[in-house]
Design a protein around this ligand. Structure first.
Ligand code: AMP
Ligand code: MG
Length: 405
């Protein structure tokens, strides 16, 4: 049986040809940049005020204090945002200026309005102002011709703001794959269905859809298919005609009604591997069909989510053009002794706590593959690898952080 790393290697070794498309920046959140973003402007385009207040010469404010204000003559021309002043400031004078407005020639600092008082056509300044204070200099954020965002970067809200600030309204991104989701099992009822004896509500198509959605890519839910060979074949062919990656939940183990793998092979899919030496998720199957990828995920609700995290998500990220395929990991110490049978990898759902400089993990409680609440509680998935025996308190383990934020 394959080890976790071998199975991941087999999936991620496939060469992927990522396509590009140009879209409005507002639609690019979560996607990956397919071009470098170069600024054709200095940002800001000119020196400007960081405060509402008065444009002054720093030297004129020296010695100013609460009981010894400096008196400056106020020029009639004021400077609202967006207006370019015509006056040049001379010693002994000041100009009223608003946040973001261009500073006038001769001015080397802006006194906050809160540190002044108007008196007739003069302004009393109650605080010294250093040269450069409250001025935002031309190009201090972004220099004309500089690279602001690099190709291959995942797009976050601030990136979209930065692109807008340098005048980019449309951006080239990698095309994300379309993911198809089919859940199989004669025991399954829809979320609105009544839970009578022997029935199970289909949660997997929801958790999988949400895991895909969280990645910023699109999916189609094909609903529940009974353990029926013909119905399965029809639905699988329908999904493969539309999607780049097909996720099937259930029916991939050794049960009498587990038809998924056989049907996929029958329609011409190539079985890359079946079964991984791991818990949960041992019956995981991975296949290719033309240029498409298929995962046969074990039906247990935790197995489905863990296998998505460890195998499906990295492949989708690769298909999205990202170079960071896996979740961030930390090394955490076991908060207590934990049982682990050597010879098989275990994905333990854990809660992380920080004490001093160290991270400690403890399990979320019951670890059965049907205990979906163990995923709800989990900050991360700790990988107890095949070669580890019982985990001693304080041992260091790699934990994949699965929660956002
Ligand atoms: P299977 O892999 O088909 O043998 O299913 C294993 C277990 O997972 C069974 O107890 C199923 O009832 C459960 N299961 C399968 N599919 C789903 C699903 N879509 N939602 C929730 N539980 C499921
Ligand atoms: Mg089943």
């Amino acid at each position: 049986m394959l080890s976790v790393k071998e199975a991941q290697g087999k999936i991620l070794n496939f060469k992927i040809r990522v396509k590009k498309k140009e879209i409005p920046i507002i639609s690019s959140l979560g996607l990956v940049l397919a071009e470098d973003i170069i600024s054709s402007d200095d940002i800001p385009v000119n020196d400007n005020s960081a405060m509402d207040g008065f444009a002054v010469k720093a030297g004129d404010t020296f010695g100013a204090g609460k009981i010894s204000p400096k008196k400056l003559k106020l020029l009639e021309e004021d400077i609202p945002a967006g207006y370019v002043p015509s006056a040049v400031l001379k010693s002994g004078y000041c100009m009223s200026i608003m946040t973001g407005a261009p500073t006038p020639g001769g001015c080397d600092c802006v006194v906050m309005k809160e540190d002044t008082k108007k008196e007739g056509d003069c302004v009393l300044v109650y605080k010294e102002c250093r040269a450069g204070e409250n001025i935002r200099y031309k190009a201090e954020d972004i220099k004309k011709g500089s690279m602001v965002l690099k190709k291959g970067k995942e797009i976050y809200p601030a990136d979209i703001g930065v692109m807008a600030s340098v005048g980019i309204s449309r951006v080239s991104v990698y095309v994300s794959p379309l993911i198809g989701i089919i859940t199989t099992g004669s025991e399954l009822v829809d979320v609105r269905g009544k839970l009578t004896a022997g029935k199970v509500r289909d949660s997997n198509s929801y958790s999988l859809s949400a895991q895909v959605k969280e990645m910023g890519t699109e999916y189609i839910r094909y609903g529940i298919v009974k353990d029926d060979k013909q119905a399965l074949e029809e639905k699988i062919l329908e999904a493969l005609a539309e999607c780049d990656v097909l996720l099937l939940s259930g029916g991939v183990s050794v049960g009498d009604y587990d038809y998924v793998k056989d049907i996929l092979i029958k329609i011409g899919a190539n079985l890359v591997f079946w079964r991984v030496n791991q818990k949960p998720g041992k019956p995981l199957a991975f296949l290719t069909y033309k240029d498409k990828f298929i995962f046969g995920l074990p039906g247990n609700p935790v197995s489905v989510m863990v296998c998505f995290e460890m195998y499906v998500r990295p492949l989708i990220r690769k298909m999205m053009g990202s170079s960071r395929l896996f979740r961030k990991t930390i090394t955490a110490k076991a908060a207590c002794d934990m049982d682990h049978k050597k010879g098989r990898a275990n994905f333990t759902r854990v809660i992380i706590k920080k004490k001093g400089d160290d991270y400690f993990f403890s399990t979320t409680g019951m670890q059965g593959s049907g205990i979906l609440t163990s995923m709800v509680l989990a900050d991360g998935i700790a990988l107890f690898s095949e070669d580890m025996g019982d985990i001693k308190k304080g041992s260091k383990i790699e934990v994949y952080l699965i929660k956002r934020g």
